[in-house]
Ligand binder design. Sequence first.
Ligand SMILES: Cc1cc2nc3c(=O)[nH]c(=O)nc-3n(C[C@H](O)[C@H](O)[C@H](O)COP(=O)(O)O)c2cc1C
Length: 452
Amino acid sequence: MHTNAGVQVYGLPTLHQFVSGDDLVAIFLEALGPENSLQDGDIIVITSKVVAKCEGRVVTGVADRENAIKGEAKRIVATKIHARGVTTIVETHNGLILAAAGIDASNTEPGTIVLLPVDPDRSAREIRERFEQVTGLRLGVVITDTLGRAWRLGVTDHAIGAAGITVLDDLTGKPDAFNRTLEMTVVAVADEIAAASELVRPKDSLTPFAFIRGLEHLLTLDHGPGARAIVRPTEEDLFSLGTAESIALGAQRAVTDRRTVRNFQEQQVPELIIDQAIEAAITAPAPHHSTPWRFLVLNSGDNEQSDIRIALLDAMAQTWQRDLEAEGKPHEEVVKRIARGNILRTAPCVVLAFMDLAAGAHTYPEVGGRNSNERDMFLVAGGAAVENFLISISSQGYGSAWISSTLFCPETVREHLGLPETFTPLGAIAIGLPATSPSQRQSRAVKDFLIN
Ligand SMILES: Cc1cc2nc3c(=O)[nH]c(=O)nc-3n(C[C@H](O)[C@H](O)[C@H](O)COP(=O)(O)O)c2cc1C
């Protein structure tokens, strides 16, 4: 049986107090001592803390920590308030995503904080070149930082800078132990090196250095891709925002992202999408603690529902034609207007919304207009429910158009569907997957909508 040759990981403690301008390579070799020597193919591991100190990335005045985090952050990814204060996960200008921009006060002189190196890959390349000059050996360099991980407790070291090594070992296309082709296995070997080095660099020891022997196959001829290549591009990131931030953004955009969609793909709308939209609709505010909304779902994929839909639309078209002709509209105009209702014939799903006055509306003596006011009040609540419905449809990735036609022929609709007089149609909602993206909404100024 073939056995792996094994990997040796050595930690190198040093009592050196690192300051700006220090020669890291000289300090490393001093810590190595005359009794040990590096070999061709070794991988040098150095904590970012000492690299940053040598690069003068030290800030005095702990009060500056929040400002320092802001200065290092390109964007805030997540914020969590807890008993010990606030944890902020940020994306740094360098593209790393980590807590407090990687700034911390551990293993630093009291009253000071240490930032991350400006460009850890550049630092790794410079260190590698210097090692090569001094030792004449082909070595790899990894700069590490200790990071927490989403989903898992505990911290491990990760590579934030690298030079001279493969950082991602792409096994895609290679066979597994059962000779099946690996589909998308990319091993983050630089992170594994960083984590392995941490095993011999306990946090309570002054051990900023390690070297690893036995991984020479990971060395590259040139500087290699650097640890920046490990960072997942934001557009491919399924988790580019914290949970609370995603919820807040979703809630904020749910309303404004809804647009009227009039062209649909052919696919049917799953029942669950409509159920969730109705669930949202029936949380709308309504007078007298009533729940006066009713819905009729007509899917094109269901023969019975499809027949009901077409027969109803035919009956509505007849009423509409009669009304338009009575208004004296020319024949072409009548035909054109009626054709506008075609969206309700072709949409994969149509939901008719109703408001039932019998479900809680009060009646008053027929003096003044109180009964009509009461009806208006229920209609307003009907509108609120339909808007909730549309927002839910849109937030589930589907498109909808609220079409008024049933509002203009309530008797025809009631008669055709056998509904009582108390049912007021609130329009028909055409639903489906959008075939095109809606045009950009014209911006509206709040002040134009305020009554002075
Ligand atoms: C009560 C009501 C009835 C509507 N009726 C129709 C309609 O019959 N046909 C239509 O194409 N759009 C109809 N709409 C959709 C509006 O045209 C649409 O909301 C408006 O153009 C604004 O576009 P937006 O929804 O993308 O913001 C209706 C909207 C409401 C609120």
